[in-house]
Design a protein around this ligand. Structure first.
Ligand code: FPP
Length: 254
């Protein structure tokens, strides 16, 4: 029962940022003898459910990998269908986002998006920009290598213009030039559908994230699956390169 799982979650130790690779839509559809787009269509239901679940719990940031730079190489009908579905869903859900105080963000190479998609997204970003609850980050036409190359280019330009002294470049500098500069690093990364890969997703930002893999296909992923992932996360010891004793010293007996 989802309620039983919900009770096991310690609300004071929620991951501040959850990132999800929503995988398995195509296989889910094929298993049902349907077209891949049918899987993406049903994946939207999971997106709604998980966004709602995160908002109810009070998670600060949720990043969803909705379309990678590499996804542009899929067959044209899938790319067009997926792009329309993404834009259409965002357009339809803006009022739900506002009602639930959810702020939408988009990361990725917006230049590659068709004009209609870019314009619709811009509108949705503006319409939700005053919301102060869950930050919903859509990774669209996103890949980590694109992001890192882009950051290096921007830093090089600022060095050239004398705005940055190369001697002073450190991790904070790079952080500030990433598309995620306004967000904390994800603490929990979930990938559905039984693949054990990161697939060019937030490579820099996931440095200390806990990784959680499940065989559940994305269209079947629901709040109870999210709760299981969070409970698993809360049972892990996060050491950030330190020793177990340093992060949770044994209490001294009186
Ligand atoms: C991966 O499954 C999924 C995608 C490439 C698209 C994800 C998009 C959605 C769930 C629609 C979301 C809508 C919004 C508003 C975010 P796959 O096609 O790679 O599956 P496969 O590995 O089984 O082929």
């Amino acid at each position: 029962m989802p309620e039983d799982l919900l009770e096991k979650i310690d609300k004071s130790r929620l991951p501040s940022h959850i990132a999800i690779i929503m995988d398995g839509n195509g296989r889910w559809a094929k298993e049902k003898g349907q077209d891949r787009l049918y899987g993406h269509f049903h994946g939207v239901e999971s997106v709604r459910n998980i966004v709602e679940g995160c908002a109810e719990l009070g998670v600060g940031y949720l990043t969803l990998y909705a379309f990678s730079t590499e996804n542009w190489d899929r067959p044209k009908n899938e790319v067009d269908g997926l792009m329309e579905l993404l834009v259409d869903t965002i357009r339809k859900e803006v009022s739900m986002l506002n009602k639930n105080n959810i702020r939408l963000h988009v990361i990725g190479d917006k230049e590659m998006l068709p004009d209609y998609a870019r314009n619709e997204l811009q509108e949705a970003l503006e319409m939700t920009s005053q919301n102060t609850g869950l930050n919903l980050v859509m990774a669209l036409s996103y890949s980590s290598r694109w992001e890192l190359v882009n950051a290096v280019k921007l830093i090089a330009l600022d060095v050239k213009e004398g705005k940055i002294d190369p001697e002073n470049i450190d991790q904070n500098t790079l952080q500030a030039y990433l598309t995620t500069s306004q967000f904390p690093d994800p603490e929990l990364m979930i990938r559905t559908s039984g693949e054990y890969r990161i697939s060019n997703f937030l490579l820099y930002q996931l440095a200390y994230a806990e990784l959680y893999f499940t065989n559940t296909r994305w269209p079947d992923f629901r709040k109870e699956n999210l709760y299981e992932a969070i409970i698993d996360f809360q049972n892990r010891e996060r050491r950030f390169g330190k020793t177990s004793e340093q992060v949770s010293p044994t209490p001294v007996m009186a």
